[in-house]
Each structure stands twice: as structure tokens, then as C-alpha cells.
Design a binder for this molecule. Structure first.
Ligand code: ACO
Length: 356
């Protein structure tokens, strides 16, 4: 079987910078609280009605294609990871195909709904397609326009201050060197705690999971009638019941245990140690989580890339944005062992080891 590699990488973040102080004007929060708990100083928000998850993805994808030395027309499959799609359906994969002007090729497009680990899952799918020889140029994208779906009142502050907008993309191609490229990917999930970090309405659950909702989530408002419909109902609006919810401390505890576990799993399979990692690109969930993981793996500061301070948590986009930044800064070089790792809602978690 072939090995696949990341042949080109790009990212895009919107121009508009939103600082913690900016958020204090709309909700009861402070720069000090946000920095101390999350490490975030500022994030980017896309231009409403001009930028979308798809347009940001296209900007990142064009750079990735150029760096891979291909025209967008040569893409033969798209894998798009996002939790903030332009439409409920169809997914962003086909919208990206249209945005890139490559509809006439009629290449396949797949949307991934795996939240923070979406990009690593998407990369793994591309890896399988390329390794088996099915495709030669797979475009893998993580893009999020969170700013269009957050609760900017004080009630939503524990979630809203964390998230930002942006996109990252890579082109996966066959590697001509059998020792270089994607060495392995590890994918996991456990749905037991699905509601601990969730955006349940609108949705077709019709109240079916109510027991789990009541047990798991302090929604911050009466959860008595969280009965779902696939469309937004007047009741959801009157209760303000159409925003993401997160039990932060629970998520934190799971993340700091699953990140090291899935990294060690990949390393062990490849006969490698944590000390062999030249650059760890963790999903930018929270600086405290990344620091905890770094300490657990006994990595130096120069072995871990963090940029959550500037962009907040961009969910599926955070890994490719961070990887691209590290590569542009010359911190990911040929022959380096790069480790990508992510954990998020579902819960889902994943890692990838790449010999660059
Ligand atoms: N500003 C000021 N006060 C706030 C804010 C805010 N933005 N948000 C919450 N608070 C208050 C709460 O109301 C609470 O007040 P109280 O004690 O009077 O009730 C107090 O701060 C403590 O709230 P906690 O939720 O217990 O705060 P915690 O220390 O757990 O920090 C945080 C919250 C930052 C979300 C933390 O739990 C965390 O980082 N968890 C990990 C979750 C994460 O990273 N999610 C990212 C998405 S998932 C992923 O990417 C893996």
C-alpha cells in the first residue's frame, strides 16, 4: 500500500479581532477571568453576511492547493469537517466545491460531524483513500463560523468567550518516500456523555434523550421542555433553548485524560516515544488543557504549538490552523515527527502521527 502525505497546507482567519475587553461590553465577564481560565486574549469573527464557513474554507483551500502544486480542478475528493455549517443541509463539502468553481469535475464530497476532532478524523479518511490508491488529491478542510451561533448574553458566557472563527485546509497526496507521510491515525469515541457538550436544538430527538439531558447538563435554564423539533419553534425561542451547552469542568477532566492516551496509542504502535515528537499540535481547546498534556508527556515548550491566545478555540479548524502556522514559522521541517491530537464533543478523540 502507498503512504500518503500532506502535500500542501493553508489557513485563513477573518480580519476582525475581538478582544476579551470587547466581550465585556456585551456580557458580564473580564479579561482576567478569560485569560486565567482559558489563556485566550482575543479571537477572530467573520464578516456577517459576507463570510461563511464555506468561504473561509475556500480561502484556506486555495492556499493549500497552490502549495501542493495543484489546481483546485485536480481535487478528486473533498472531506469537510465543521460543526457550524452554512446550511443544516446540504453540507459544506458541496458548497466548497461550488465556491472553488470545480463543480464540473463532479468529485465526491463528504461532511464530517465530529466537532473538535473533526479534522483529524477527516485526515484519517483522506489517508485511507490515498493509501489504497483510490484518490490522488484529497482536500481536507476544517472550518468554523462560531460567531454566528453563540449566546452573547451573560448566560452564555462560559461557552461564548472560548470560541472563534477560522479555517484550515490540507491536500493529501501519495507520498513518493515510503518512510515519510502519515504514519498512523487513531480514532475513538464514547457517546455516554454526549450531552455534556452539545447543541441539541433544533434536532429531531423529540425529547427521546431527555433523561440524558436532565442527568448530564445544567442548561442554565429550565430543561423541562427541551423536546426537540428539527425546526426552531417559538418555545425554543421563548426559552432561549437554541444555543450550545457545555459542562466545562467535566469536559476538562475527560480531555486531559484522553489526549495523552490517544497520543501514546499512536506512538506505541509505531515504536516511538513522546520524546521523539518534534512538534505536537494539540486541538486548541483551552491553553490549560494543552499545558496539562505537555506536562504529562514531558515535552518542552518548543515541542508544542499553541495559538489559542490569538484565535480562541476554532473547533475543527484549530488543528490545521496551528499546523500551518507552525510550518510557516519553520517549526515543522522535513523529517520531523509531527503529532496531531484532538478531543471534543461526542465525546470523540483522535491522533495522527506524521513523518513530515
Ligand atoms: N466570565 C466570568 N465568569 C464566568 C464566565 C466568564 N466568561 N464563565 C463562567 N463564569 C463563572 C461561572 O458562572 C461560575 O460562577 P459561580 O462560581 O458564581 O457559579 C464561575 O465562573 C466558575 O465557573 P466554572 O464553569 O466552574 O468555571 P471553570 O473554572 O470550570 O472554567 C471553563 C470554565 C473555562 C469552560 C473550563 O471549565 C474549561 O476550560 N473546560 C474545558 C472545556 C473546554 O475546553 N471546552 C472547549 C470546547 S471542547 C473542546 O474543545 C475540548
Amino acid at each position: 500500500m502507498n503512504r500518503s502525505k500532506i502535500a500542501g497546507i493553508g489557513y485563513y482567519v477573518p480580519e476582525r479581532v475581538v478582544t476579551n475587553d470587547d466581550l465585556t461590553k456585551v456580557m458580564d465577564t473580564t479579561d482576567e477571568w478569560i485569560q486565567e481560565r482559558t489563556g485566550i486574549r482575543e479571537r477572530r469573527y467573520g464578516k456577517k453576511h459576507e463570510e461563511t464557513t464555506t468561504t473561509m474554507a475556500a480561502a484556506a483551500a486555495r492556499i493549500a492547493c497552490e502549495r501542493a502544486g495543484i489546481q483546485p480542478q485536480e481535487i478528486d475528493f473533498i472531506v469537510f469537517a465543521t460543526l457550524s455549517p452554512d446550511y443544516y443541509f446540504p453540507g459544506c463539502g458541496v458548497l466548497l466545491q461550488r465556491e472553488l468553481g470545480i463543480t464540473s469535475q463532479e468529485a465526491g464530497a463528504l461532511d464530517i460531524r465530529n466537532q473538535c476532532s473533526g479534522f483529524v478524523y477527516a485526515l484519517s479518511i483522506a489517508d485511507q483513500f490515498v493509501k489504497t490508491g483510490m484518490y490522488k488529491n484529497v482536500l481536507v478542510v476544517g472550518s468554523e463560523m462560531h460567531s454566528m451561533g453563540l449566546d452573547f448574553s451573560t448566560r452564555g458566557r462560559n461557552v461564548t468567550v472560548i470560541f472563534g472563527d477560522g479555517a484550515g485546509a490540507v491536500v493529501v497526496q501519495p507520498s513518493d518516500d515510503p518512510n515519510r507521510g502519515i504514519l498512523t491515525t487513531k480514532l475513538h469515541s464514547n457517546g455516554t456523555y454526549a450531552e455534556k457538550l452539545a447543541f441539541i436544538n433544533p434536532g429531531a430527538h423529540g425529547g427521546y434523550h431527555k433523561q440524558h439531558m436532565d442527568e448530564q447538563v445544567d442548561f442554565g435554564y429550565p430543561p423541562t421542555d427541551t423536546y426537540g423539533e428539527i425546526f426552531i419553534t417559538p418555545k425554543m425561542i421563548s426559552e432561549g433553548n437554541y444555543y450550545p451547552n457545555m459542562e466545562g469542568q467535566f469536559v476538562f477532566k475527560m480531555a486531559v485524560s484522553k489526549f495523552p492516551e490517544v497520543i501514546h496509542e499512536a506512538l506505541k504502535e509505531q515504536g516511538l516515544e513522546a520524546s521523539d515528537i518534534n512538534m505536537l499540535i494539540p486541538h486548541q481547546a483551552n491553553l490549560r488543557i494543552s499545558q496539562f498534556v505537555q506536562k504529562t508527556l514531558r515535552l518542552r515548550d518548543d515541542q508544542v504549538w499553541n495559538n489559542i491566545q490569538k484565535y480562541g478555540n476554532t473547533t475543527a479548524a484549530s488543528v490545521p490552523i496551528a499546523l500551518c502556522e507552525a510550518w510557516e514559522a519553520g517549526k515543522v521541517k522535513d523529517g520531523d515527527l509531527v503529532c496531531l491530537a484532538a478531543f471534543g464533543s461526542g465525546f470523540t478523540w483522535a491522533s495522527a502521527l506524521i513523518r513530515w
